[in-house]
Design a binder for this molecule. Structure first.
Ligand code: FES
Ligand code: FE
Length: 447
């Protein structure tokens, strides 16, 4: 039975109560809903697949996931970026087993069909003339996803009817520019993604990064004390979170910008040469938001997120360095998420800064990162708490949103709708509101 036959939009609609800011716990623990998400979200919307600096030269490739479909992100011989279904058109085998490399093409290990790095069929195992039915062998090309780029950020979709990537990102572009296009040369990756599996539903990550302000002091309090000098870091963090903006960028893209207390210098955690470049590249409004941000955490719907912040593990003697982590939350089962996490840095940064930014990123947000260790335990515990026979009949609450929904900031420098607190829960809940729109077919082009 097709899953779409098992669940109808009317079955899904009530699972997110938009008016009362609650959601059924069933959305985190039902294999049928997970399968339906793969169909209704992951085959229909734009998905982040990589950064241009991962494939700088013709033939460079990395392997990625779009939902549960393996793909190859490759720069073909002509320099065009392609996203190819990593499944042979003969009998379906993976044609690329590596995670990265440089190749003129891909030879299927099962019967030897050969595809060039644009996905075009080059040879079959037998005399081509035996394929009587086809005179045009491009019938056998690897399936290609539609590719869209915003600067060096590469997205892909299987949906020919999807709106343009520019329209899909919408207001988020203004914030993406602050994160990824803030110097003339842009960013580069610091190595390959770290990958690990967390024992929870995939949506907990995008929600947390979309973003959950209130967990930070409770869950990350001890590590906050260890990474910021001054003795009362936890209290300072709490005050900053309560008073800093959260932003609904539209189309399910959401995040928070935690602003440093007045006593902190602006642009904490960057070297002076980079700060000069930011000031040349960004608008005054973008600089206004960025220069005091000690945390920027956001989700681009459905499963791309970033987290940026200054960190030092010797806070008494060493100034912090700002790291920037990006990640995909891959929905590998209803209760399992494969997290792909990698780091970016300004191309113009000094080698010392790049090395330290990577070190701070790995120590905070990575498989062994202190913050990820904290979050993984919390998300594991949510999964265990919601998936019982009683647990799944209850709701999760975002009811703080009710107090903040009509308190949008009027003087916020960026586009979208901003709320006056990282504790507002409006933006975190917005991730599920968008989820409901896809799952119930309310988005016309995603039908
Ligand atoms: Fe690829 Fe047969 S499955 S050549
Ligand atoms: Fe966290």
């Amino acid at each position: 039975m097709l899953i779409d036959e098992a669940f109808q939009p009317s079955d899904i609609e009530h699972l997110v109560d938009v008016e009362n800011a609650t959601a059924s716990r069933q959305i985190f623990c039902d294999p049928g809903i997970w399968r339906m998400e793969l169909q209704r979200i992951f085959t229909r919307t734009w998905l982040f697949v990589g950064h241009a600096s991962e494939i700088p030269a013709a033939g460079d490739y990395v392997t990625r996931l779009m939902g549960n479909d393996p793909v190859i992100l490759v720069r073909d011989a002509g320099g065009q970026i392609r996203v190819l279904h990593n499944s042979c058109t003969h009998r379906g085998s993976l044609v690329c087993r590596g995670t990265s490399g440089n190749a003129r093409g891909f030879t299927c290990p099962y019967h030897g069909w050969v595809f060039d790095n644009s996905g075009a069929i080059r040879a079959t195992a037998m005399d081509d003339a035996l394929y009587k039915k086809h005179t045009d062998y491009h019938h056998f090309d690897l399936k290609r996803a539609r590719v869209g780029t915003y600067g060096d950020l590469i997205f892909a979709t299987w949906n020919d009817d999807a709106i343009s990537l520019d329209d899909y990102l919408g207001n988020a572009r203004w914030y993406l520019d602050i994160m990824f296009h803030r110097t003339p040369e842009g960013m580069e990756v610091l190595g390959a993604p770290h990958r690990w599996v967390s024992t929870n539903n995939w949506k907990l990550g995008p929600m947390n990064f979309g973003a959950d302000g209130p967990h930070a002091v409770k869950v990350h309090g001890p590590i906050t004390d260890a990474t910021f000098a001054g003795g009362n870091a936890r209290q300072m963090l709490r005050d900053a979170l309560i008073e800093s903006p959260s932003v609904s960028m539209g189309n399910g893209h959401n995040g928070i910008w935690t602003q440093a207390p007045e006593a902190f210098p602006p642009f904490l955690g960057w070297e002076p040469a980079l700060i000069e470049l930011f000031q040349k590249t960004l608008t005054p409004e973008q600089l206004q938001l960025m220069q005091r941000a000690v945390a920027s955490v956001s989700t681009i719907f459905p499963n791309f997120s970033w987290v940026q912040g200054p960190a030092s593990f010797e806070p008494a003697t060493k100034m912090p360095t700002t790291f920037l982590a990006i990640r995909n939350w891959q929905p590998i089962a209803h209760d399992r998420t494969e997290i792909w996490n990698w780091f970016l840095v300004e191309k113009e940064a000094s080698e010392t800064f790049k090395e330290e930014a990577k070190r701070m990123g790995i120590r905070t947000f990575s498989a062994g990162g202190t913050f990820d260790q904290d979050d993984a335990e919390a998300w594991h515990s949510i999964q265990r708490g919601v998936e019982g026979e009683i647990g799944r009949t209850l709701d999760v609450s975002f009811e703080m949103a009710l107090a903040y929904r009509d308190r949008a900031l009027v003087d916020f420098p960026g586009p979208g709708t901003a709320y006056p607190s990282n504790y507002a829960e409006v933006t975190e809940f917005d991730v599920l509101v968008e989820w409901q729109r896809y799952m119930t077919g309310k988005i016309d082009w995603a039908r």
